[in-house]
Design a protein around this ligand. Structure first.
Ligand code: ATP
Ligand code: MG
Length: 358
């Protein structure tokens, strides 16, 4: 097992900077996900760790050793790409055994390790087949078996599930996480899919435009986004202009247009330091629609009108208007959603809010 450390890494392509000065630690045994929209620099960072791309500046360390000048095949990495990249004219067993060929592994030892890797990905009986005789999901498992059979120090996965259809993807992410837990290998996983990142990671590294916006466990980046970008990229948020009017009793007092005084727990506003302009961040699923006559039970209540109803089965996404402010709310529903045009009461608990500097 190994840790990976990026120290002041920069990657420029000509005059374009794909990764701005970044330092990042991937602790031993952890599953760390690089998450962000297309073009934010995930693959570029990934390729620098893999040794497929030289950083313009900075050091890459694996296990405390600088590896900038160590070629890819000497870094002992298991790599899986989006498109599987299996050899079509080799059997599954030959594909999986490929990485062992260059590692002085005795023949029967290699056969045993291939069988173990195929068992681990739950495809013990397909060794004699060719890749094209397998489904996409099965091929991706073989690519994973090929990556882990060498007992890599670090497992690197770049969007390994994105070629799979939605259901298979969800099964495979559970499967992949199970395998990673089993072998405990330090893993760097790249995705632009927030639900994958939330479901699988020990730590999520949220990236935007070549910069790291936030690093933290899934619950932390989800519940306490460190920037407007993170609040919008992970889940759906309402971000409202507000003023910080002071702090008392472990709360930050915010004055936000339609909601009036909102006392946000101080730990949910760690970046709001002084009084003055700020932003109130309210997750769409924390804004509840209720009938006006329903007791508010200590929640803040604000009158609003339902403008748009986006029915999603177990939940509904509403767009509502309160005064000049349009807000989105994602609510679980028992039976029928509120129809468009309904006058409702919005309910908001201050402890569900977070705050950011303006
Ligand atoms: N070889 C290259 N030459 C020039 N620019 C490049 C090169 N490789 C990547 N870039 C640019 O660097 C930026 C980051 O690319 P990168 O592939 O890291 O994005 P990504 O986050 O992996 O996106 P995606 O989710 O689409 O895979 C992009 O603007 C891309 O166009
Ligand atoms: Mg990419």
């Amino acid at each position: 097992m190994s840790s990976v450390f990026l120290r002041d890494i920069v990657k420029r392509f000509g005059s374009f900077t794909a990764v701005h000065k970044t330092s990042l630690e991937i602790p031993e045994g952890q599953f760390v996900t690089l998450l962000g929209p297309s073009g934010c620099g995930k693959t570029t960072t990934f390729r620098m760790i893999a040794g497929l791309l030289d950083p313009t500046e900075g050091d890459i360390e694996i296990n405390g050793k600088r590896v900038n000048d160590v070629p890819i095949h000497k870094r002992n990495l298991g790599i899986v790409f989006q498109n599987y990249a299996l050899f079509p004219h080799k059997t599954v067993a030959e594909n999986v055994a490929f990485g062992l060929k260059y590692r002085d592994v005795a023949k029967d030892d290699a056969a045993r390790r291939v069988a173990e890797a195929l068992a681990l990905v739950q495809l013990p009986d397909v060794g004699a087949r060719y890749p094209k005789q397998l489904s996409g999901g099965q091929q991706q498992r073989i690519a994973l078996a090929r990556a882990i059979v060498i007992e890599p120090d670090v497992l690197l996965l770049d969007e390994p599930l994105s070629a799979l259809d939605a259901n298979l993807r969800e099964d495979m992410r559970v499967e992949l996480k199970r395998i990673q837990d089993r072998i405990g290998v330090t893993t760097v996983f790249v995705t632009h899919d927030q639900s994958e990142a939330l479901a699988m990671s020990d730590q999520i590294v949220v990236m935007s435009e070549g910069r790291v916006e936030q690093v933290g466990p899934p619950e932390v980046v989800y519940n306490t986004p460190a920037s407007e970008f993170v609040a919008n990229f992970l889940g759906a948020s309402n971000i409202l202009p507000a003023r910080c009017t002071g702090r008392a009793n472990g709360h930050v007092a915010l004055e936000a247009d339609i909601f009036g005084q909102v006392a946000v727990p101080a730990e949910k506003a760690p970046l709001v330091t002084g009084e003055g302009p700020a932003k109130l961040v309210l997750r769409a699923e924390k804004l509840l629609l209720a009938r006006a006559e329903t007791p508010a039970n200590g929640a803040i209540a604000v009158d609003a009108t339902v403008e748009t109803v986006d029915y999603q089965g177990q939940a509904v996404r509403y767009f509502v208007r309160a005064g000049d402010t349009q807000l989105q709310a994602i609510n679980m529903i028992d039976e029928r959603p509120f129809p468009e045009g309904t006058a409702v009461s919005l309910r908001l608990r201050p402890r569900d809010c977070t705050a950011l500097p303006a």
